[in-house]
Design a protein around this ligand. Structure first.
Ligand code: F3S
Length: 63
């Protein structure tokens, strides 16, 4: 599983990095960013799905 944020869709709601701080961070303006290469370790996959489901803009994709 690998994550990607669509920068065109992200509006900076911040739920991704609140819910899954091991997977997402924020840039200087509060927009979400995938940490590292976006590959999700096995023990974080449920958290990743939670973040995807909670983004109001549906900006997070699972590749
Ligand atoms: Fe952006 Fe969605 Fe996160 S709008 S900051 S990707 S919760």
């Amino acid at each position: 599983m690998k994550l990607k944020i669509d920068p065109e869709r992200c509006q900076g709601h911040g739920r991704c990095y609140d819910l899954a701080p091991a997977l997402f961070g924020e840039d200087d303006e509060g927009y979400g960013q995938v940490l590292g290469d976006g590959v999700v370790p096995a023990n974080e996959q449920q958290t990743a799905r939670l973040a995807v489901a909670n983004c109001p803009e549906r900006a997070i994709e699972i590749l």
